[in-house]
Ligand binder design. Structure first.
Ligand code: FES
Ligand code: FE2
Length: 423
Protein backbone atom coordinates (compact mmCIF):
# COMPACT_ATOMS: atom_id res chain seq x y z
CA UNK A 1 0.00 0.00 0.00
CA UNK A 2 1.27 3.46 -0.80
CA UNK A 3 0.03 6.91 0.25
CA UNK A 4 -1.34 9.49 -2.17
CA UNK A 5 0.94 12.51 -1.65
CA UNK A 6 -1.79 15.05 -2.40
CA UNK A 7 -4.57 13.66 -0.25
CA UNK A 8 -2.64 11.56 2.24
CA UNK A 9 -5.10 8.70 1.54
CA UNK A 10 -3.90 5.13 1.34
CA UNK A 11 -3.76 3.79 -2.18
CA UNK A 12 -3.95 0.14 -2.99
CA UNK A 13 -1.29 -1.29 -5.27
CA UNK A 14 -3.12 -4.58 -5.41
CA UNK A 15 -6.45 -5.61 -6.87
CA UNK A 16 -9.54 -6.29 -4.87
CA UNK A 17 -10.80 -9.85 -4.59
CA UNK A 18 -14.53 -9.73 -3.86
CA UNK A 19 -16.33 -12.65 -2.29
CA UNK A 20 -17.27 -14.94 -5.18
CA UNK A 21 -20.91 -15.48 -5.98
CA UNK A 22 -20.38 -19.23 -6.36
CA UNK A 23 -18.76 -21.05 -3.44
CA UNK A 24 -19.50 -24.66 -4.33
CA UNK A 25 -17.01 -26.12 -6.81
CA UNK A 26 -18.32 -29.70 -6.78
CA UNK A 27 -17.93 -31.15 -10.25
CA UNK A 28 -15.86 -28.31 -11.64
CA UNK A 29 -12.22 -28.57 -12.55
CA UNK A 30 -10.21 -26.97 -9.79
CA UNK A 31 -7.31 -24.72 -10.53
CA UNK A 32 -5.04 -23.79 -7.70
CA UNK A 33 -6.50 -20.59 -6.24
CA UNK A 34 -4.58 -19.95 -3.03
CA UNK A 35 -3.45 -16.60 -4.41
CA UNK A 36 -7.07 -15.59 -4.81
CA UNK A 37 -7.86 -16.81 -1.28
CA UNK A 38 -5.10 -14.57 0.08
CA UNK A 39 -6.55 -11.68 -1.94
CA UNK A 40 -10.06 -12.34 -0.64
CA UNK A 41 -8.78 -12.25 2.93
CA UNK A 42 -6.91 -9.01 2.28
CA UNK A 43 -10.01 -7.42 0.77
CA UNK A 44 -11.97 -8.53 3.82
CA UNK A 45 -9.36 -6.94 6.08
CA UNK A 46 -9.60 -3.70 4.09
CA UNK A 47 -13.40 -3.72 4.26
CA UNK A 48 -13.87 -5.24 7.74
CA UNK A 49 -15.94 -8.05 6.22
CA UNK A 50 -15.78 -11.83 5.91
CA UNK A 51 -17.17 -14.46 3.54
CA UNK A 52 -20.79 -14.74 4.55
CA UNK A 53 -24.20 -16.05 3.60
CA UNK A 54 -27.30 -13.94 3.00
CA UNK A 55 -29.14 -15.24 6.07
CA UNK A 56 -28.63 -16.64 9.52
CA UNK A 57 -29.53 -20.26 10.24
CA UNK A 58 -31.15 -21.76 13.29
CA UNK A 59 -30.61 -25.39 14.23
CA UNK A 60 -32.90 -27.05 16.77
CA UNK A 61 -31.06 -28.10 19.92
CA UNK A 62 -32.91 -31.38 19.62
CA UNK A 63 -30.80 -32.09 16.53
CA UNK A 64 -27.78 -32.38 18.83
CA UNK A 65 -29.57 -34.08 21.67
CA UNK A 66 -31.98 -36.63 20.27
CA UNK A 67 -30.42 -40.11 20.56
CA UNK A 68 -32.68 -41.48 17.82
CA UNK A 69 -31.49 -38.82 15.40
CA UNK A 70 -27.90 -39.47 16.51
CA UNK A 71 -28.27 -43.17 15.69
CA UNK A 72 -29.47 -42.22 12.24
CA UNK A 73 -26.58 -39.77 11.77
CA UNK A 74 -24.10 -42.49 12.65
CA UNK A 75 -25.83 -44.97 10.38
CA UNK A 76 -26.26 -42.68 7.37
CA UNK A 77 -23.20 -40.44 7.61
CA UNK A 78 -20.61 -42.82 9.03
CA UNK A 79 -21.70 -46.32 8.03
CA UNK A 80 -23.20 -45.66 4.61
CA UNK A 81 -21.08 -42.88 3.16
CA UNK A 82 -17.33 -42.90 2.62
CA UNK A 83 -15.23 -42.22 5.70
CA UNK A 84 -11.47 -41.95 6.10
CA UNK A 85 -10.15 -45.22 7.53
CA UNK A 86 -6.48 -44.23 7.58
CA UNK A 87 -3.96 -41.82 6.18
CA UNK A 88 -1.59 -43.14 3.55
CA UNK A 89 1.08 -42.25 6.12
CA UNK A 90 -0.31 -44.91 8.47
CA UNK A 91 0.36 -47.63 5.90
CA UNK A 92 3.58 -46.74 4.05
CA UNK A 93 4.92 -50.21 3.14
CA UNK A 94 3.53 -53.59 2.16
CA UNK A 95 2.28 -55.23 5.36
CA UNK A 96 1.88 -52.01 7.28
CA UNK A 97 -1.53 -51.60 8.82
CA UNK A 98 -3.74 -49.31 10.83
CA UNK A 99 -6.52 -50.56 13.06
CA UNK A 100 -9.18 -48.22 14.47
CA UNK A 101 -12.82 -48.34 15.52
CA UNK A 102 -15.09 -45.96 13.63
CA UNK A 103 -18.79 -45.69 14.43
CA UNK A 104 -18.82 -49.06 16.13
CA UNK A 105 -17.02 -50.86 13.30
CA UNK A 106 -13.43 -52.04 13.84
CA UNK A 107 -11.56 -51.27 10.62
CA UNK A 108 -8.22 -52.72 9.58
CA UNK A 109 -6.44 -51.00 6.70
CA UNK A 110 -3.50 -52.85 5.16
CA UNK A 111 -0.96 -51.89 2.47
CA UNK A 112 -0.73 -54.62 -0.14
CA UNK A 113 2.31 -56.11 -1.83
CA UNK A 114 1.33 -54.42 -5.10
CA UNK A 115 1.19 -50.99 -3.44
CA UNK A 116 -2.58 -50.90 -3.27
CA UNK A 117 -4.56 -50.82 -0.08
CA UNK A 118 -7.34 -52.96 1.35
CA UNK A 119 -9.68 -52.46 4.29
CA UNK A 120 -11.32 -55.18 6.35
CA UNK A 121 -13.62 -55.49 9.29
CA UNK A 122 -11.21 -56.35 12.09
CA UNK A 123 -13.23 -59.30 13.37
CA UNK A 124 -12.06 -62.89 13.33
CA UNK A 125 -14.15 -65.25 11.22
CA UNK A 126 -13.98 -67.93 13.89
CA UNK A 127 -15.81 -66.30 16.77
CA UNK A 128 -15.36 -62.63 16.12
CA UNK A 129 -12.43 -61.52 18.29
CA UNK A 130 -10.54 -58.41 17.23
CA UNK A 131 -7.69 -59.85 15.24
CA UNK A 132 -5.45 -56.80 15.55
CA UNK A 133 -5.29 -54.36 18.45
CA UNK A 134 -6.00 -50.73 17.64
CA UNK A 135 -2.95 -48.87 16.42
CA UNK A 136 -0.43 -49.05 13.62
CA UNK A 137 2.22 -51.61 12.83
CA UNK A 138 3.79 -53.96 10.37
CA UNK A 139 2.90 -57.63 9.97
CA UNK A 140 3.23 -60.45 7.48
CA UNK A 141 0.28 -62.19 9.06
CA UNK A 142 -2.48 -61.27 11.46
CA UNK A 143 -2.99 -63.94 14.08
CA UNK A 144 -6.10 -63.79 16.21
CA UNK A 145 -5.20 -63.68 19.91
CA UNK A 146 -8.14 -65.90 20.91
CA UNK A 147 -7.47 -69.24 19.14
CA UNK A 148 -4.76 -68.26 16.66
CA UNK A 149 -6.56 -68.39 13.34
CA UNK A 150 -4.32 -66.38 11.06
CA UNK A 151 -4.85 -64.19 8.00
CA UNK A 152 -2.46 -62.85 5.40
CA UNK A 153 -2.23 -59.23 4.25
CA UNK A 154 -4.91 -59.87 1.66
CA UNK A 155 -7.27 -60.99 4.39
CA UNK A 156 -7.24 -64.67 3.39
CA UNK A 157 -7.53 -67.25 6.15
CA UNK A 158 -4.19 -69.06 5.96
CA UNK A 159 -3.89 -70.87 9.27
CA UNK A 160 -6.16 -72.65 11.76
CA UNK A 161 -4.52 -73.85 14.94
CA UNK A 162 -5.17 -77.49 15.89
CA UNK A 163 -7.00 -77.79 12.62
CA UNK A 164 -7.41 -81.59 12.68
CA UNK A 165 -9.52 -81.26 15.84
CA UNK A 166 -11.62 -78.33 14.61
CA UNK A 167 -13.39 -79.88 11.65
CA UNK A 168 -13.71 -78.98 8.02
CA UNK A 169 -13.54 -75.21 7.72
CA UNK A 170 -13.74 -73.81 4.19
CA UNK A 171 -10.88 -71.30 4.29
CA UNK A 172 -11.95 -69.82 0.95
CA UNK A 173 -15.10 -68.41 2.52
CA UNK A 174 -13.60 -67.42 5.86
CA UNK A 175 -11.29 -64.59 4.94
CA UNK A 176 -11.58 -61.27 6.74
CA UNK A 177 -14.62 -59.36 5.54
CA UNK A 178 -13.43 -56.80 3.03
CA UNK A 179 -14.74 -53.26 2.84
CA UNK A 180 -14.90 -51.03 -0.25
CA UNK A 181 -11.75 -48.95 -0.10
CA UNK A 182 -9.78 -46.50 -2.23
CA UNK A 183 -6.81 -44.23 -1.65
CA UNK A 184 -6.82 -40.57 -2.74
CA UNK A 185 -4.74 -37.53 -1.88
CA UNK A 186 -2.93 -39.25 0.99
CA UNK A 187 -6.17 -40.51 2.57
CA UNK A 188 -7.62 -44.02 2.51
CA UNK A 189 -11.37 -43.85 2.06
CA UNK A 190 -13.65 -46.76 2.90
CA UNK A 191 -17.31 -47.52 3.39
CA UNK A 192 -18.05 -49.45 6.58
CA UNK A 193 -20.58 -51.71 4.86
CA UNK A 194 -19.13 -54.60 2.89
CA UNK A 195 -21.63 -54.54 0.05
CA UNK A 196 -21.86 -50.76 -0.33
CA UNK A 197 -20.81 -48.98 -3.50
CA UNK A 198 -17.87 -46.58 -3.29
CA UNK A 199 -17.84 -43.90 -5.96
CA UNK A 200 -15.18 -41.46 -4.82
CA UNK A 201 -15.32 -39.39 -7.99
CA UNK A 202 -18.87 -38.35 -7.37
CA UNK A 203 -18.43 -38.17 -3.58
CA UNK A 204 -15.45 -35.82 -3.80
CA UNK A 205 -16.52 -33.99 -6.97
CA UNK A 206 -12.97 -32.86 -7.68
CA UNK A 207 -12.14 -32.00 -4.06
CA UNK A 208 -9.27 -34.49 -4.23
CA UNK A 209 -7.42 -32.02 -6.46
CA UNK A 210 -7.75 -29.38 -3.74
CA UNK A 211 -6.63 -31.91 -1.12
CA UNK A 212 -3.62 -32.84 -3.27
CA UNK A 213 -2.31 -29.32 -2.72
CA UNK A 214 -1.72 -30.26 0.93
CA UNK A 215 0.89 -32.87 -0.02
CA UNK A 216 -0.34 -35.49 2.46
CA UNK A 217 0.56 -38.30 0.08
CA UNK A 218 4.23 -37.49 0.47
CA UNK A 219 4.33 -37.22 4.24
CA UNK A 220 5.00 -39.76 6.96
CA UNK A 221 3.49 -40.42 10.35
CA UNK A 222 5.11 -38.56 13.21
CA UNK A 223 2.76 -38.59 16.17
CA UNK A 224 -0.80 -39.37 17.15
CA UNK A 225 -3.04 -38.52 20.12
CA UNK A 226 -6.59 -39.45 21.02
CA UNK A 227 -8.94 -36.88 22.59
CA UNK A 228 -12.42 -37.21 24.05
CA UNK A 229 -14.90 -34.50 23.14
CA UNK A 230 -18.62 -33.70 23.05
CA UNK A 231 -21.24 -34.81 20.50
CA UNK A 232 -19.53 -35.13 17.13
CA UNK A 233 -21.43 -32.21 15.57
CA UNK A 234 -20.55 -29.87 18.44
CA UNK A 235 -16.92 -30.90 17.95
CA UNK A 236 -17.13 -30.53 14.15
CA UNK A 237 -18.64 -27.07 14.52
CA UNK A 238 -15.32 -25.87 15.95
CA UNK A 239 -13.24 -26.89 12.95
CA UNK A 240 -15.02 -24.68 10.40
CA UNK A 241 -15.63 -21.77 12.77
CA UNK A 242 -13.53 -18.68 12.13
CA UNK A 243 -15.61 -16.54 14.44
CA UNK A 244 -14.15 -17.81 17.72
CA UNK A 245 -10.46 -17.86 16.89
CA UNK A 246 -9.40 -14.62 18.56
CA UNK A 247 -11.87 -14.99 21.43
CA UNK A 248 -11.86 -18.54 22.78
CA UNK A 249 -8.25 -18.93 21.61
CA UNK A 250 -7.20 -15.37 22.48
CA UNK A 251 -3.90 -16.35 24.13
CA UNK A 252 -3.12 -19.38 21.96
CA UNK A 253 -4.13 -19.63 18.29
CA UNK A 254 -5.34 -16.04 18.38
CA UNK A 255 -1.82 -14.71 18.74
CA UNK A 256 -1.28 -15.82 15.14
CA UNK A 257 -4.74 -16.14 13.60
CA UNK A 258 -7.41 -13.48 13.32
CA UNK A 259 -11.03 -14.04 14.24
CA UNK A 260 -14.11 -13.41 12.11
CA UNK A 261 -12.18 -12.97 8.83
CA UNK A 262 -12.43 -16.06 6.67
CA UNK A 263 -13.03 -17.43 3.23
CA UNK A 264 -15.21 -20.43 2.61
CA UNK A 265 -15.34 -22.76 -0.38
CA UNK A 266 -17.13 -26.06 -0.74
CA UNK A 267 -17.16 -29.15 -2.86
CA UNK A 268 -20.57 -30.50 -1.93
CA UNK A 269 -20.33 -31.36 1.79
CA UNK A 270 -16.55 -30.97 1.88
CA UNK A 271 -15.27 -27.55 2.82
CA UNK A 272 -12.11 -25.54 2.64
CA UNK A 273 -12.06 -22.58 4.98
CA UNK A 274 -9.19 -20.16 5.25
CA UNK A 275 -8.52 -17.74 8.07
CA UNK A 276 -6.71 -14.43 7.99
CA UNK A 277 -3.57 -14.26 10.09
CA UNK A 278 -2.04 -11.13 11.59
CA UNK A 279 0.71 -11.56 9.02
CA UNK A 280 -1.91 -11.36 6.24
CA UNK A 281 -1.74 -7.56 6.61
CA UNK A 282 1.80 -7.75 5.21
CA UNK A 283 0.45 -8.69 1.80
CA UNK A 284 -0.27 -5.01 1.20
CA UNK A 285 3.44 -4.25 1.28
CA UNK A 286 4.62 -7.16 -0.86
CA UNK A 287 4.40 -7.14 -4.66
CA UNK A 288 1.42 -9.26 -5.56
CA UNK A 289 3.67 -11.55 -7.57
CA UNK A 290 5.47 -12.44 -4.34
CA UNK A 291 2.49 -13.28 -2.16
CA UNK A 292 2.97 -16.60 -0.39
CA UNK A 293 -0.49 -17.80 0.64
CA UNK A 294 1.04 -20.84 2.38
CA UNK A 295 2.60 -18.37 4.80
CA UNK A 296 -0.02 -15.65 4.88
CA UNK A 297 -3.19 -17.75 5.11
CA UNK A 298 -4.37 -20.41 7.59
CA UNK A 299 -6.14 -23.21 5.73
CA UNK A 300 -8.45 -25.88 7.12
CA UNK A 301 -9.70 -28.52 4.69
CA UNK A 302 -12.53 -30.70 5.96
CA UNK A 303 -13.56 -34.02 4.49
CA UNK A 304 -17.17 -34.67 5.35
CA UNK A 305 -18.26 -36.07 7.72
CA UNK A 306 -15.31 -36.35 10.04
CA UNK A 307 -11.88 -35.15 8.99
CA UNK A 308 -10.20 -31.78 9.27
CA UNK A 309 -6.75 -31.06 7.91
CA UNK A 310 -4.83 -28.10 9.29
CA UNK A 311 -1.95 -27.53 6.93
CA UNK A 312 -0.78 -25.21 4.21
CA UNK A 313 0.93 -27.55 1.80
CA UNK A 314 4.19 -27.17 3.64
CA UNK A 315 6.33 -29.62 5.57
CA UNK A 316 3.61 -31.02 7.81
CA UNK A 317 -0.04 -31.14 8.71
CA UNK A 318 -2.37 -32.10 11.54
CA UNK A 319 -5.18 -34.38 10.49
CA UNK A 320 -8.04 -34.60 12.98
CA UNK A 321 -10.27 -37.61 12.54
CA UNK A 322 -13.51 -37.27 14.47
CA UNK A 323 -15.51 -40.33 15.45
CA UNK A 324 -18.89 -40.53 17.20
CA UNK A 325 -18.54 -41.83 20.75
CA UNK A 326 -20.35 -44.81 22.21
CA UNK A 327 -23.21 -42.47 23.10
CA UNK A 328 -24.56 -39.31 21.49
CA UNK A 329 -22.94 -37.00 24.04
CA UNK A 330 -19.35 -37.95 23.31
CA UNK A 331 -16.92 -38.17 20.40
CA UNK A 332 -13.32 -39.30 19.94
CA UNK A 333 -10.73 -37.47 17.90
CA UNK A 334 -7.48 -38.86 16.59
CA UNK A 335 -5.04 -36.01 16.05
CA UNK A 336 -2.48 -37.33 13.61
CA UNK A 337 0.63 -35.33 12.80
CA UNK A 338 2.39 -36.05 9.53
CA UNK A 339 5.63 -34.55 8.33
CA UNK A 340 7.80 -34.43 5.22
CA UNK A 341 9.76 -37.65 4.81
CA UNK A 342 13.05 -35.78 4.69
CA UNK A 343 12.29 -33.68 7.78
CA UNK A 344 15.24 -32.96 10.04
CA UNK A 345 15.40 -33.89 13.72
CA UNK A 346 14.85 -30.23 14.57
CA UNK A 347 11.72 -30.11 12.43
CA UNK A 348 10.43 -33.27 14.08
CA UNK A 349 11.08 -31.92 17.56
CA UNK A 350 9.36 -28.65 16.72
CA UNK A 351 6.36 -30.52 15.31
CA UNK A 352 6.05 -32.66 18.46
CA UNK A 353 6.05 -29.46 20.52
CA UNK A 354 3.39 -28.05 18.21
CA UNK A 355 1.42 -31.31 18.65
CA UNK A 356 1.56 -30.88 22.45
CA UNK A 357 0.35 -27.31 22.04
CA UNK A 358 -2.52 -28.23 19.70
CA UNK A 359 -3.62 -31.12 21.89
CA UNK A 360 -3.80 -28.68 24.80
CA UNK A 361 -5.70 -26.08 22.77
CA UNK A 362 -8.29 -28.52 21.49
CA UNK A 363 -8.73 -30.24 24.88
CA UNK A 364 -8.68 -27.22 27.14
CA UNK A 365 -10.31 -24.66 24.87
CA UNK A 366 -12.40 -26.27 22.10
CA UNK A 367 -13.56 -29.51 23.71
CA UNK A 368 -13.82 -28.05 27.21
CA UNK A 369 -16.19 -25.45 25.72
CA UNK A 370 -17.95 -28.16 23.72
CA UNK A 371 -18.43 -30.35 26.78
CA UNK A 372 -19.89 -27.30 28.52
CA UNK A 373 -22.35 -26.85 25.64
CA UNK A 374 -23.12 -30.56 25.90
CA UNK A 375 -23.82 -30.34 29.64
CA UNK A 376 -26.42 -27.60 29.15
CA UNK A 377 -28.09 -28.93 25.99
CA UNK A 378 -30.95 -30.51 27.89
CA UNK A 379 -31.37 -27.59 30.31
CA UNK A 380 -34.02 -25.84 28.23
CA UNK A 381 -31.95 -22.66 28.01
CA UNK A 382 -32.04 -22.96 24.23
CA UNK A 383 -34.49 -24.61 21.93
CA UNK A 384 -32.37 -23.66 18.95
CA UNK A 385 -28.88 -22.43 18.21
CA UNK A 386 -28.14 -19.51 15.91
CA UNK A 387 -25.48 -19.56 13.21
CA UNK A 388 -24.62 -16.10 11.97
CA UNK A 389 -24.18 -15.00 8.38
CA UNK A 390 -20.48 -15.00 9.24
CA UNK A 391 -20.50 -18.74 9.98
CA UNK A 392 -20.90 -20.13 6.46
CA UNK A 393 -18.88 -23.27 7.18
CA UNK A 394 -21.16 -24.24 10.04
CA UNK A 395 -24.30 -23.45 8.10
CA UNK A 396 -23.10 -25.55 5.20
CA UNK A 397 -22.21 -28.44 7.51
CA UNK A 398 -25.63 -28.53 9.16
CA UNK A 399 -27.46 -28.16 5.86
CA UNK A 400 -25.56 -31.13 4.45
CA UNK A 401 -26.19 -33.26 7.53
CA UNK A 402 -29.93 -32.55 7.19
CA UNK A 403 -29.86 -33.12 3.47
CA UNK A 404 -28.09 -36.45 3.60
CA UNK A 405 -30.26 -37.68 6.47
CA UNK A 406 -33.33 -36.82 4.43
CA UNK A 407 -32.11 -38.28 1.16
CA UNK A 408 -29.93 -41.29 1.89
CA UNK A 409 -31.58 -44.65 1.76
CA UNK A 410 -29.88 -46.90 4.28
CA UNK A 411 -29.72 -50.62 3.77
CA UNK A 412 -31.14 -52.69 6.60
CA UNK A 413 -28.59 -54.23 8.96
CA UNK A 414 -26.97 -57.38 7.57
CA UNK A 415 -28.49 -60.53 8.92
CA UNK A 416 -26.23 -63.09 7.31
CA UNK A 417 -22.78 -63.24 5.85
CA UNK A 418 -22.24 -63.95 2.20
CA UNK A 419 -18.87 -63.63 0.54
CA UNK A 420 -20.44 -62.56 -2.71
CA UNK A 421 -21.88 -59.54 -0.98
CA UNK A 422 -25.42 -60.65 -1.68
CA UNK A 423 -28.07 -61.40 0.89
S1 FES B 1 -12.07 -65.91 17.61
FE1 FES B 1 -10.29 -65.70 16.40
S2 FES B 1 -9.39 -67.65 16.46
FE2 FES B 1 -11.15 -67.87 17.66
FE1 FE2 C 1 -11.23 -23.73 18.11
Amino acid sequence: MSVDERTGDAQRDYPRFPQPTVHDHHGSTWTHDWHEVAGRLLTHLDDDTTDSLPDMLTVPVADYLDPVRWEREVDVLFRNTPIVAALSAHVPDPGSYRSIEIAGIPVLTVRQADGGVKAFINACRHRGALVVENGCGQARRFTCPYHAWSYNNEGALVGISGRHKVGDVDTSTHGLTELPCEERSGLVFAVLRPDAPLDLDSWLGGYDAALDALGLANMELLDERELIGPNWKIAFDGYVDGYHLDILHKDTLGTDTMGNVMTWDAWGPHQRVAFARHITHELRDIPESEWKPAKHVGFVHTVFPHVSVAGNGGRGAMVSQLMPGPTSDRSRTMQTHVIAKDATDEEREATIKRADFLEWVVNEEDYKTGLGIQSALASGANTEFTFGRNEPGNQTFHRWVDDLLANTAVAPPRTSHNESGEH
